[in-house]
Design a protein around this ligand. Structure first.
Ligand SMILES: [Zn+2]
Length: 86
């Protein structure tokens, strides 16, 4: 039986092998850089990004991540503002 991490690594390999890009976000729980598929412009809707709940393959924590076709990523948390820009 494969671990979740092995499964994700395998999935990312396939994603890259089919000519797609991989980007990364920083997990809010373990602070590690987590690789994730990067969408092409064709794959995103009119908002211009992907948003999804992602399970970190390092610590198992959940992050709500926005991923842009440029490779930019944003991690959202609920109810808690980590940084406030003024
Ligand atoms: Zn993590």
């Amino acid at each position: 039986m494969k671990t979740f991490k092995e499964e994700m690594k395998g999935y990312l390999k396939k994603w890259e092998a089919s000519g797609n890009k991989v980007t990364s976000y920083v997990c809010q729980h373990c602070k590690k850089k987590i690789k994730t598929p990067q969408p092409t412009k064709k794959l995103v809707d009119s908002r211009g990004y992907w948003d999804s709940m992602k399970k970190c393959y390092e610590c198992g924590g959940f992050n709500f991540v926005l991923i842009y076709p440029t490779g930019k990523t944003e991690v959202k948390t609920w109810g808690i503002k980590i940084k406030e820009k003024k």
